[in-house]
Design a protein. Structure first.
Length: 156
């Protein structure tokens, strides 16, 4: 396992974007190396590199994981707006899970029930039987549902 971890680290040092994404991937993976295994200053530098790459990357299916991992780093920071932009880019690539992440940010972090509902509809995962969306009228919900089906809209 040590050799595999060293291969990932060497790839990152040589500028490999897939190796960098692997380093920041918090899912189950092999080898199990993570940016948290590195010294703080190095992991922060690499995190900034990941974010910079994601912000300037074209919106293509190949970049969906790059957008996701960079957004994950930013989600709970003071840069939530940047995380939203990156999740939107991921959604535009066709990554369906990005809508759930956007719904979560708007619902749980920003407490913006209108935008949360819009993204929950896109994620096909509107919470039912909760108090969360009682503040929205039936007419507002129908309007948001209609807007959510317009794939040209990325914000409301």
């Amino acid at each position: 396992m040590e050799v595999e971890n060293e291969l990932v680290t060497a790839g990152v040092k040589k500028g490999s974007v897939p190796a960098l994404i692997h380093l920041f991937d918090s899912g189950i993976k092999w080898p199990p190396i993570s940016y948290t295994d590195l010294p703080d200053n190095e992991s922060q530098r690499l995190g900034q590199r990941l974010i910079s790459l994601a912000e300037s990357a074209p919106v293509t299916k190949e970049n969906a994981a790059l957008f996701f991992e960079a957004a994950e780093l930013l989600k709970y920071s003071t840069h939530t707006a940047k995380a939203i932009d990156l999740y939107v880019k991921a959604w535009q690539t066709g990554a369906p899970w990005a809508a759930s992440e956007l719904a979560y940010i708007y619902d749980e972090i920003l407490n913006d029930k209108t935008r949360a509902y819009f993204w929950y509809v896109r994620a096909r995962n509107v919470p039912v039987g909760t108090e969360s969306f009682k503040s929205l009228s039936a007419e507002e919900k129908l309007t948001l549902q209609s807007k959510a089906h317009d794939t040209n809209l990325v914000n409301i």
